[in-house]
Design a binder for this molecule. Structure first.
Ligand code: DQA
Length: 145
């Protein structure tokens, strides 16, 4: 059966394309969705691509993944650095999770160097722009082998 990946994008990622393009690149979130859909299809996987500015909604989606998805790819935006609730939800879901950031969080302000998501992720892809999301699809494919 085709495996399903839940792709979660956190706060402000709906603004991609116009939001600090020198840091986050020129691709819109729609462009990233299209590229990921094509990439996932090429390795016989489906993606369910979502964005929310609300922590509680993201926690609800992660809980849903217990029943409906095989893996999670998450760019939690600023919630990466603050959300114990998202970390706990990911730990409660026994599915591989890959963390993605467009920018290299370790090259930026100190407060971005800590990630609660990393404690619940198989691994982290940071600093490769939109390509990082495509790398994450390969990482998930490999984890689900
Ligand atoms: C980000 C990095 C975060 O520190 C920031 O708050 C974001 C985007 C990234 O993709 O580089 O919103 O997750």
């Amino acid at each position: 059966m085709t495996k399903s990946i839940l792709v979660i994008n956190g706060p402000n990622l709906n603004l991609l394309g116009t939001r600090e393009p020198e840091i986050y690149g020129a691709d819109t979130l729609g462009d990233i969705k299209d590229k990921m859909t094509a990439k996932a299809a090429s390795v016989e996987m489906d993606i369910d691509f979502r964005q929310s500015n609300t922590e509680g909604e993201i926690v609800g989606w992660i809980q849903e993944a217990r029943e409906h998805h095989d893996a999670i790819i998450i760019n939690a935006g600023a919630l990466t650095h603050t959300s114990v609730a998202i970390m706990d939800a990911l730990l409660a879901v026994d599915k591989p999770c890959v963390e993605v950031h467009l920018s290299n969080i370790f090259k930026r302000e100190k407060f971005r160097h800590h990630s609660y998501i990393s404690a619940a992720a198989v691994g982290l892809i940071t600093g490769f722009g939109a390509t990082g999301y495509l790398m994450a699809v390969d990482a998930v494919k490999n984890e689900l082998k």
